[in-house]
Structures are given as C-alpha cells and as structure tokens.
Design a protein around this ligand. Structure first.
Ligand code: PDD
Length: 284
C-alpha cells in the first residue's frame, strides 16, 4: 500500500484525509514541488527545496519545515515506498479555515507529500521526438511561483492532447514563454535560447541543469525569449521537466521542426544529462 506523509505522520494513502475547509481545496491556495527519485535518492533536492521556499515567500506562506526536516521526511517516504525510481509530490497549503479570500490568522499550514511511480520517458519519444502546438499563454502574472492553481495549465495541456500533441508551447506578447508543464528551448544557428527567469516562467530545476550542461559541452546558450516566428523557423525545439527530462519536439503546429528528427544539439545535451544522472555524487 502506498504510504503518504500528512502533517507529521506517515500513513496509508487511503487513510490520509484533509478537511473540506482546507484552503488548498476551496481556493487553490497552495504551492507544490515534483521531485524525481533515482536509485532511492532524490534528484537535485536542494534546488527543489530552495524553489519551494521561493514559492512560499511568493504567496506569503510560512514554511512548515526546515530543509533538514524536509530532507529527513523525504528520505523516510522514499524508503517506505520501496526506494528505487519514484516521483515525489510535495504540497503546502495555507491550512484549514472558514472560507474567506483574506488570509486566516494563527492557522497552521497543511503539509502533504506522496510518492508515485516514475514513468520513464518512452524510448520512441526520444527516438522520434514529440508533437507540440502553440497556444496563447492564458496564465497569470506570477508563473515563477509553483502554485497548485493549475486550471489554465490543465486546459492548455488538454487542448494540446485533443489536437494530437503532447505539449502546448505558450506564447505571450508574441514570444515563447514555456510549456504548459515544462520549460522550452529553441536552437537557432547552433545557439540554445530559453526564456529568462522572470515572472513569466517557472525557474525549472531541469532548466538550470540544462544551462550547466550546455556550458560544460561548450554549446552557447542565451537566456532570451524567441518570437513565435523564430520558434517556427528554429532548427531544434525541446522541452524540459523533472519527469520528462529533456525531450525533443519534432512537430510544431503540424509542421516538421528542422528535418523532423531529434537534432544533434539535443543529442549532446541528452547524453550529458544521462551521464549526470549516473553521477550521484554530483547531485545537489
Ligand atoms: N512541472 N514550467 C512549468 C509550467 C511546469 O509545470 C514545470 C514542471 C516546469 C519544469 O520545472 P522542473 O524542471 O523543475 O520540473 C516548467 C511539474 C513536473 C508538474 O507540474 O508536474
């Protein structure tokens, strides 16, 4: 039986209960993290915990635990769920209070964590790439906060799926921001472009690693957003996320990207990424 963590206790998933007055349930008032686990160890944990703190600060919510407490709890949760490969989900909400837009006073936040199977990226997607469509970025002005309020992202991703694609690439004011559940990259004339870290994109942990790996591979990378037109003419397009790693997008809005196959720069970055995953001592 899957075990979850809720407010200080580990318990079977079907026994974990949250009040209907929880602000996460009523108002979507919470933040979250998704962390992959390889060989029983959580990947880039420090980066995820730092981003969790930044998200909590962004919504003026207290962190219910120190980083050491999070780390200890996560190690136990991973072990209780059998080690190996897992996908961890952490969520903090503002807690249980009578419904009101205004923040409640003196209320403890709700801390929840669960483990799910980490579904490996299908080989065919790495071999052939995936399809994406462009859609207007209908999200709010604080996309740097990893908020649980994912209705726009969900609508966008569903629209992509119904169009036969796996991801929606989002366009704001004529420029690519990111994917509905991923960061996005365009390769133009040998340079990798990804939108800068501001309130229009989530500061992806995988994105940070891609930047490090590109420097290591001596491939130029610029933190600059590309226009829709530049995107449509890019030699390569990729996405990245903790669960999807770095994936090539070979069809955009029904048209081939480059020659329609995963490109050579993606192949280099992916090789470095796979190598890094094996180098457990290098993880933060
Ligand atoms: N999402 N941008 C958005 C909007 C995302 O939802 C995600 C990840 C990313 C990539 O961030 P990272 O590399 O830190 O995973 C970028 C997770 C996986 C999710 O919501 O399930």
């Amino acid at each position: 039986m899957q075990e979850v963590y809720l407010n200080g206790d580990f318990l079977p998933a079907d026994q974990a209960k949250v009040s209907v007055f929880d602000r996460g349930f009523l108002l979507g008032d919470g933040v979250y993290e998704v962390i992959p686990v390889y060989g029983g160890r959580s990947f880039q944990l420090l980066g995820h915990l730092e981003r969790l703190q930044a998200s909590l600060d962004g919504v003026r919510m207290n962190n219910p635990m120190t980083n050491v407490q999070w780390q200890t709890m996560i190690e136990q949760l991973v072990e209780r769920n059998g080690g190996g490969e897992q996908s961890l989900y952490l969520q903090v909400t503002r807690g249980v209070a009578p419904r009101d837009h205004v923040f409640p006073q003196g209320v403890e936040s709700t801390a929840f964590a669960m483990s799910s199977p980490l579904i490996p990226v299908e080989y065919k997607y790495k071999k052939q790439g995936i399809a994406a469509i462009t859609l207007p970025d209908i999200r709010w002005q604080n996309c740097n906060i990893k908020a649980i309020t994912l209705l726009p992202n969900s609508l966008l991703k569903q629209q992509a799926l119904e169009a036969g694609a796996q991801e929606a690439l989002l366009i704001r004011d004529g420029y690519l921001t990111e994917g509905a559940a991923s960061n996005a990259y365009a390769v133009i004339d040998g340079t990798i472009y990804t939108a800068p870290k501001d309130e229009k994109v989530l500061p992806g942990i995988t994105r940070e690693l891609v930047i490090t790996l590109a420097a290591k591979a001596k491939i130029p990378l610029v933190e600059q957003a590309v226009s829709l037109n530049e995107l449509k003419n890019a030699d390569e397009i990729w996405l990245s996320s903790s669960t999807k790693e770095v994936l090539p997008i070979t069809t955009l809005d029904g048209a081939e990207v480059g020659n329609g196959l995963p490109g050579p720069i993606w192949q280099q970055i992916d090789a470095h990424y796979q190598q890094y995953k094996k180098d457990v001592d290098a993880w933060q």
